[in-house]
Design a protein around this ligand. Structure first.
Ligand SMILES: NC(=O)c1ccc[n+]([C@@H]2O[C@H](COP(=O)([O-])OP(=O)(O)OC[C@H]3O[C@@H](n4cnc5c(N)ncnc54)[C@H](OP(=O)(O)O)[C@@H]3O)[C@@H](O)[C@H]2O)c1
Length: 437
């Protein structure tokens, strides 16, 4: 292939030489020739920002790159064309990206937390300055979902998007399912294998999946769904008992991020979105996504159903996504950063979580006495909830677990009915209740 002679290399200031930054350095070397052919020029790292320049590292910086602890050495160097922000966190990453955009540099980032919680101003600045701000690595690692939503699916209306967006939680649930481990043991195992952080709350409480979902909502619908208002619950409360009982009905429990269009009472469309543990029927591919893998199912009005599956994290899978963004910037890709032409994203019309409709899995622990089933059924009937299936397990000391699968109802009705049971003193333990997909 003939490349234009004397084409100036595309110069990158790399912020972060940890898991993803190190992966990017490796990949730039491993795929150097192919990258040059695709981008039309070399992509080189000039400087690398780290916290501690003296630290021993698994990945050595490229021969010509220097380590620095001075952010301005990246953002203010006129020779640097693009910033690859791979330090994570919010405040310093925001300041770094903001400054880079002010200085006319393209930006590639894997920072879903920053973009979801506070990204709109950065996207606006990039748009105004006609600069690329890309984040393929921020959502589901290697799965090429960002560009797919931004480009390949622009002929479609996305009616629903749901997925397994956090590999750590999925690993823990998979181990609980196949290895019969309790939650704490599965979490400890994930930490020992490097799949979970010492402080795992971002992953297991659903916030990491929520960050990705916010970005996907923007890409799918071109609206701003404020992060702080997204309903989020994680997997801390999931027990092996519920996993086994769900299996008896033919389901696996998964941590799901979902957004879907729902007709609202004003005759328009609202978005029902949230991150929550759900029972997924075995007949769905999603139920069979195990370990640290991620998967996303998109329903679109022209395409129908699409399914994406792959590694949601890790050095090379994530770095490959970041590199694809750098290649695009090096080629001079237009600053089409959100997939929508308007510079400001309007606020999403949000369906209140309580109005969302679903079937439910409900596990109740009750005292075994004549008439208890009638009383429970009465509490559900009072909220017009009908039961599709029920299992009664043998208990101990006169206390028995009862499991119901309901027909579709609202979350509000389900909660009210559980409140009725509590108020009537029917439950000896708090009820366990999950949505069923
Ligand atoms: N790990 C994954 O699989 C994955 C997947 C998808 C997205 N991401 C995202 O990618 C980003 C990076 O994650 P990571 O796992 O690669 O993190 P990491 O392994 O902890 O590495 C972070 C790197 O950034 C440097 N750094 C951190 N804070 C800094 C600061 N204030 N100033 C200068 N340098 C700083 C660190 O320097 P030192 O080396 O000197 O400590 C380190 O090299 C995050 O936004 C994360 O959410 C990660």
């Amino acid at each position: 292939m003939n490349l234009p002679r004397g084409q100036k290399p595309f110069v990158v200031g790399l912020a972060g030489l940890g898991t993803v930054g190190g992966g990017l350095v490796r990949l730039l070397e491993e795929n150097a020739e192919l990258t040059r052919l695709r981008a039309g020029r070399d992509i080189v790292v000039k400087r690398i920002l780290v916290r501690d320049a003296a630290k021993a590292r698994e990945v050595s910086p490229p021969a010509d790159a220097e380590l620095t602890t001075d952010a301005a050495a990246l953002t203010d160097d006129p020779e640097i064309d693009a910033l690859a922000e791979l330090i994570g966190g919010i405040d310093q990453a925001r300041a770094l990206i903001d400054r880079a955009l002010d200085k006319g540099k393209h930006v590639v980032t894997a920072n879903k937390a920053l973009l979801a919680e506070d990204g709109l101003a950065l996207f606006k600045k990039a748009e105004n300055n006609n600069l690329v701000l890309r984040c393929e690595a921020a959502v589901a690692g290697a799965i090429p979902i960002v560009q797919t939503m931004k480009e390949s699916l622009t002929g479609n209306r996305v009616t629903s998007l749901l997925g397994i967006l956090n590999g750590t939680s999925n690993y823990i649930l998979s181990e609980m399912t196949t290895g019969n481990l309790d939650f704490d043991t599965a979490l400890k195992q994930a930490q020992e294998l490097g799949y979970a952080e010492a402080d795992p709350s971002l992953d297991i409480d659903g916030h990491d999946a929520a960050h990705k979902l916010i970005l996907l909502i923007r890409l799918a619908h071109g609206v701003d769904y404020p992060y702080a208002t997204l309903p989020v619950s994680g997997i801390r409360g999931i027990s092996v008992m519920d996993i086994r009982l769900a299996e008896e009905f033919g389901y696996h429990i998964k941590l799901i991020g979902r957004v879907r269009e729902v007709a609202d009472t004003r005759g328009g469309m609202s978005l029902e979105a949230g991150v929550f543990p759900a029972l997924v029927h075995n007949r769905y591919l999603l139920a069979r996504v195990n370990g640290v893998y991620n998967a996303i199912r998109v329903e679109a009005n022209a395409a129908g159903s699409l399914f994406f599956h792959g590694r949601g994290a890790g050095a090379l899978p994530t770095a490959g996504a970041a590199l694809s963004d750098l290649v695009a910037a090096a080629r001079g890709a237009p600053a089409d950063n959100t997939g929508f032409a308007r510079p400001d994203l309007p606020q999403a019309a949000v369906l209140p979580w309580e109005d969302g409709r679903s079937s439910f899995y409900v596990r109740l622990t009750v005292r075994d006495r004549p008439g208890v089933l009638r009383d429970l059924a009465g509490a559900m009937a009072a909220e017009e909830i009908s039961v599709a299936q029920m299992i009664q397990k043998s208990g101990e000391g006169g206390i028995v677990p009862l499991v119901f699968m309901t027909h579709e109802t609202t979350t509000r009705a389900m909660n009210k009915s559980l409140e009725r049971m509590r108020d009537a003193g029917l439950l000896t333990e708090p009820a366990v209740c999950h949505r069923v997909l």
